[in-house]
Design a protein around this ligand. Structure first.
Ligand code: ZZB
Length: 262
């Protein structure tokens, strides 16, 4: 899989994560990025938050740039070490350990998003075996993300989040499609009566429908490539993010990829 890894700059860690970072000499004065693997770089305009798995283990790793560290799973760090992203080929240097739960409430800057800063929130189905274990959330175009957002809004206490971390981050219209309009995921979730991230079977169908319609028939309605088809805009936006040092290409061997939909 040819992923684009989006660099989500940490603006302010949650108090628990901050305590870990502050106690670590290697992290003083450094930029730390939560790194999210996506197959849809053209949707980055619609980011409203990022997701972690609360029980997943994450690390903060050195990169080939001495001032920048990446926060992700160790598995992703190992893969990146063979893609010219670590200090030297094959070398993985972890400087801190964190659990997903400790990251919830962290504020990050999501490149291209209309929201200047967004929060790290919990999602049930984040796979340790795919991408970086950090998932950027685009509820306008990803049914999984929209369904999770509905759960978090309904039950903030249960998910141990503050209501304001999600309340003022509505889905942003970024792509228009003939079948589902300009908020494809909310539309398809309403049509299919999906109310929760737990509706897995329905969500797999919804994702399939939205993916196909978005990719083959979608037109960008935001950003510097507004008016272009999704197919045309995707590689241009990917390259724009890479050139701006806001993303890096990341490849994952096909046989190691396990799809979220099972
Ligand atoms: C932004 C985005 C916007 C995504 C969208 C999808 C959609 P696939 O096709 O099943 O391989 N993802 C990445 N890593 C993980 C993980 N560790 N656990 C769970 N989900 C993960 O799915 C690739 C997508 O799965 C990635 O692209 C990412 O979400 C998520 F509008 O990034 B995507 C209709 C889908 N729309």
């Amino acid at each position: 899989q040819d992923y684009t890894c989006i660099k989500l700059k940490v603006l302010e860690f949650s108090p628990e994560a901050q305590a870990i970072v502050a106690a670590n000499k290697e992290l003083q004065g450094k930029k730390i990025f939560m790194v999210a693997a996506t197959l849809r770089p053209e949707t980055m305009y619609g980011q409203t938050n990022c997701f972690v798995g609360v029980d997943l283990k994450y690390g903060i790793f050195k990169t080939r740039n001495a001032d920048e560290l990446f926060l992700m799973t160790e598995r992703a760090a190992r893969n990146m070490a063979f893609q010219n992203l670590s200090p030297s080929n094959g070398e993985v240097v972890k400087v801190a350990d964190l659990v997903g739960r400790q990251l919830v409430g962290t504020q990050i800057q999501a490149p291209l998003s209309s929201y200047p800063s967004v929060y790290v929130l919990p999602m049930d189905g984040v796979l340790a075996t795919k991408g970086t274990g950090v998932v950027t959330s685009v509820p306008s175009d990803s049914p999984d993300d929209f369904a999770t957002m509905m759960d978090l809004k309904k039950k903030p206490d249960y998910y141990k989040i503050q209501p304001e971390w999600i309340a003022s981050y509505e889905p942003i219209p970024i792509i228009n499609t003939p079948a589902y309009g300009n908020l494809a995921a909310p539309t398809v979730c309403a049509q299919m009566k999906i109310n929760s991230q737990k509706d897995k079977t329905q969500l797999a169908l919804a994702k399939d429908a939205v993916y196909k319609d978005g990719f083959y028939n979608g037109v960008m309605i935001i950003g510097e490539h507004a008016g272009k088809s999704v197919q045309e805009a995707k590689p241009l936006i990917r390259q724009m993010l890479i050139d701006a040092h806001q993303a890096v290409p990341y490849n994952e061997p096909e046989n190691l990829v396990i799809s979220r939909s099972g």
